[in-house]
Structures are given as structure tokens and as C-alpha cells.
Design a protein around this ligand. Sequence first.
Ligand SMILES: *Cc1c(COP(=O)(O)O)cnc(C)c1O
Length: 399
Amino acid sequence: MKKPRKSTESIWAGERDYLAFGATQVPVVHSVSYGYDDMDEWYEVAIGNKKGHIYGRNTNPTVEAFEEKIRILENAEASTSFSTGMAAISNTLGTLLFPGDRIVSIKDTYGGTNKIFTEFLPKQKIEVVLCETGDHEAIEKEVAKGCKVLYLESPTNPTVKITDIERMAKAGKAVGATVIVDNTFATPINQNPLALGADLVIHSATKFLGGHADALGGSVCGSKELVEAIYHYREINGATLDPMAAYLLLRGMKTLKLRIDKQCENAMKIANYLKSVDVVDDVFYPGLKEHPGHDIAKKQMSNFGGMLSFSVKGGVETVRHLLPKLNYANRAANLGSVETIVGPTRTTSHVECTPEERKAMGIPESLIRYSAGIEDVEDLIDDLEQAFHALPKYLFMNS
Ligand SMILES: *Cc1c(COP(=O)(O)O)cnc(C)c1O
């Protein structure tokens, strides 16, 4: 049969084998263990010769259906899952890196990932090299010196910088590195890193995949060999996805294509609106022609995503006045939900960093991250308009 399109896959993919009792929806299997009357069968399942489940830390049918859906959307050979996106990242790095190894990445990775790079990996005598995000020559130069892992994220959190995945994957392959891409911002609807040459694609399912801000989860997709090694690390170390969370993520993913299309459309319109606002200093959105990564984004993504950010005149004081005035936005730390979510970067993605570290990463203290929801965009723009209008003028008299 012809491979279906992504809207169809979001709904149907991966579920068929997990429907029980004629149910049309994947059941939530809460059972921790699975019983066997036949000792030989139990043994065969335990050693992996026969399909089946033994214990919930290892596998679970609801969790497997979730893994299957994302595997198909990423067009991967294999897929495994985790309790959170950070567990997916730390377990993957834990599987691949050993004392004396070297990893090359970029300065603008997600705040938690950046902490792994700057705080935890060096303690294990793993050399971490962080290049300027978007400086492809610098990354190629560092990769050419040899590395075990090349770790990328595109678009990045929060200034939505773009890295050429195909070009970087080539550089990584040339030295035998495992190339990993955090695809959380793009989602499999807009970008498939494996098709661009990456070895592994990681998601925080907590964000766009689930899409309703009510379940935590993480995912890794790639070759059978790599994913099996990462799964083994996870099954022993225990960062397993909960079946109830897997169910919520599965249900959320049914509308993934619908939501992402709407969020991209809203983000584009809001980015263009923000450009016309006096108080706004800078707008960061890869869909804007003047964005430094626009051409690469156009080449490797089918749309530009639901995330944007902007900085405002008058610094942190303006942010403090502006955000509480919004009626249709949660002021919260997450992103990718059906509701619009806003937050100052210094209290969300990069709260773990010092002001000096944020400055070094090119993140203005007045930067606001805007995760476009699926509301009517006219209402979102009206809402921003009234909030900008109500700002006390003294805030930016001198800027
Ligand atoms: C949120 C996020 C993560 C971490 O995911 P959790 O589910 O919160 O652990 C990793 N990468 C990116 C790009 C994210 O936005």
C-alpha cells in the first residue's frame, strides 16, 4: 500500500496491533507485570525470542503504540520512549559517551541540554565543544578534529536559529560520529532529520507531540541497532514512559498535523504583526525573509513552526508590564500546546543559566518566547495590541 500522508498517519499509524476487545482506541494498560502459565513461553518472551511483555519498566502495550506512531511519522527503523524529553537526551548520551570521548554541539541547545553539556558531561571526563549556532564552518572544523557525537537542535530554543542538518550530518559521518538532532521545535510534520542524514532524532513529546500540556514524555528514533542500545540503557536505568502519559500523548498526536499547520500559520502572522510594533526591538522567526536561517529552513523544513521570540524596548521592566496584560496566553514554562504560551526566556528555557551565560548565548534579557496556539489569530493579535497599548510610556522614553 502507498505510504499515507502525515495527516492520515498522525491519526492511524501504529495503533492497529494494540487494539484489544474490538476497541477502536488503544487501551491504557496499567498492569505492571504480565503473567504466564507456560514456563517455556515466559522464558521465550524474557529472552526476546517471542513478542510479549514481562515487566512495565521494560515494555508496555500503550507505550509501544505511542513509540510506533512516532516511528512511522519520523520514517525510522526503530523507536523508543522515555518519561521526559530530558530523559531521552540524557539516556541517549549516557549510552553513547564514555570517559575520554568528545562531543561537538552548539551553544543554543535547550537549557537542560546545555546543563548536561556544561555541568554533567565534563565531570565524567567527556570533552564538550560548543560552537556558535549557525556557524557551519566552525562546527565542521571542530567535527573534523574527531568526535563520538555531533548533537544538534534546529530550530533552537529560544531565538529559533537554524542549522543545516544535511550539511552537518555529512561532516559528522566523515569522522564516524553519531549525529543526533533534537526535533522538538519542528516536529515530524515540518522536518524529518533522519531523511536529512541524521542517525538519531529526539523529541520532547511534552511539547507539540502531546500538544495539550498534560503529559510528559520523550522519544528517540533511528536505526534498530542504535535504538536497541538506548532502549537497553533506559530499561535498566528506569526512565520509562508512564502508560497514562503514553495514552494522552497518543491521543494528542491524532491532531498533530492539524495543530501544527494552524500554529505555523498563526506564528507567521504574529511575527509579521510584531515587526510593525514600535516597542518591539527584534523579531525572531525562521519564516521571516530577513531571518539569517530562512533559506536553510526553507530547504529542510516544510513549514517554519509555531515558535517565535521577540525582544522589547525598555528591557525586563517592559516584559514585567506586558505579559500580565495578555488575556489569551498562559504565562508558563512549556511550549507547543493548543493554548498560546508566553514567557521571558530568563525564567523559562534558560532559567538555569546566569545573565552572563545568556548574554554569551545571544539571548537578550528582554526576550519573550511566544508559542503560538491554535486560537483565532485575529484574537491573538488584538490581545497583543491592547497589551502594547496599555504599557506605561516611561518604560521606553529613553530607548
Ligand atoms: C522541553 C524541551 C526539552 C526537554 O523536554 P522535557 O520533556 O521537558 O524533559 C528538550 N529539548 C527541547 C527543544 C525542549 O523544548
